[in-house]
Design a protein. Structure first.
Length: 146
């Protein structure tokens, strides 16, 4: 990877997001939790949720990931509260398509993932970027299952 590619990939905005992840930590009494790990890089994200009327009312995430994974978790943390499982699943599918198939940016309120477009060319980073959304989807599924 050339230095200019690294600079583009780790832009100032990505580093700002990585340094300011909302809702870090764990919930005291989550209704659902999920831990996802990327075997390629070892990044892990654990998400706890509580639901009220089918929407996330409590959200926490424990993020141990590279800057790209942290940035993705930061985007999610800014919009997770109030979302439904269906909205999270749609965002996950859209983010995956944006990265792997040059698909469009995920729809609002998940448009913040646009900052990760430069990572399209780095397939080894995709799993880390998807971790937070994958964990959130599984945590909501677990909460809904009771």
């Amino acid at each position: 990877m050339a230095d200019s590619d690294l600079i583009k990939l780790y832009s100032g905005r990505i580093l700002e997001l990585a340094a300011s992840i909302p809702h870090q930590g764990r919930l005291d009494a989550p209704m659902g939790s999920a831990r996802k790990r990327s075997p390629l890089c070892g990044s892990t994200v654990t998400v706890d949720v509580t639901l009220t009327d089918g929407r996330i009312s409590g959200f926490a995430q424990d993020v141990k990931a590279c800057a790209l994974g942290q940035a993705a978790a930061s985007v999610l943390g800014r919009v997770a509260i109030g979302r439904t499982g269906a909205e999270l699943n749609a965002a996950r599918a859209a983010l995956q398509a944006m990265l792997k198939e040059a698909g469009p940016i995920p729809a609002a309120p998940f448009e913040g993932y646009e900052v990760l477009i430069p990572a399209r060319d780095y397939k080894n980073r995709h799993a880390s970027i998807l971790l937070a959304l994958e964990a959130a989807c599984e945590a909501v599924d677990a909460a809904e299952a009771g």
